[in-house]
Design a protein around this ligand. Structure first.
Ligand SMILES: [Zn+2]
Length: 198
């Protein structure tokens, strides 16, 4: 019993060392041992990559946005801002109508507004209201505070109707300028203006 136990103890380490030696000595076994760790991982990775695009056609498209995603991540504020801006531009689109109007310029001087010019518009607001960017209109068609976009005036941003006049009838607008020279420089021109419903 004891002899057999000792014999086994002695032999078992010897057999293990022999197996290791034989493994290194034998090129076939060495290749078998070396290949599986490297080859299995690479083959598995390749298989996963090959299976992905082949099995799912969507993946080729999804990696592209993901590849682009890291670039916009720095611009993430821009992307969300661009989408609302598109929605915002789409939203007011049905709110205005384009109207061809004769747009003349004027200022607060007595030549433009008569002797009693006091710098107060017909709406009661000062000519300084809205940064002195406003228009006079036929209030029967465009009531006070109607917002109008006039190409070339106020950078194309909407301005309110704050003034009116006896001579301002129908499709006519008078854009206000802080000086008579600027008003004369504008002169009078027919323009396609946007009249906002609200
Ligand atoms: Zn003037």
């Amino acid at each position: 019993m004891l002899g057999a136990a000792l014999f086994v103890v002695v032999i078992s380490p010897a057999s293990s060392t022999q197996r290791e030696k034989s493994a290194f000595m034998d090129p076939v076994l060495a290749l078998v041992k070396v290949e599986p760790p490297g080859a299995t991982e690479e083959s598995a990775a390749l298989a996963a990559e090959e299976d992905g695009p082949a099995a799912e056609p969507v993946e080729p498209a999804s990696p592209a946005p993901q590849a682009d995603a890291p670039r916009p991540t720095g611009e993430t504020p821009v992307v969300p801002a661009a989408r609302p801006s598109v929605r915002a531009s789409d939203a007011p689109a049905p709110r205005y109508r384009s109207v061809r109007m004769c747009v003349t310029a004027y200022c607060a001087c007595s030549a433009c507004c008569g002797r009693n010019a006091k710098g107060i518009t017909a709406s009661g607001r000062s000519v300084r209201a809205n940064g002195a960017k406003f228009v006079a209109a036929d209030t029967r068609l465009l009531p006070f505070n109607t917002r109008v976009c006039i190409p070339g005036y106020n950078s194309g941003a909407p301005v309110p109707v704050l003034d009116t006049g006896r001579a301002i009838k129908g499709n006519r607008l008078d854009v206000f300028f802080p000086s008579h020279s600027l008003a004369r420089k504008w002169g009078s021109r027919w323009l396609t203006c946007r009249v906002y419903e609200k």
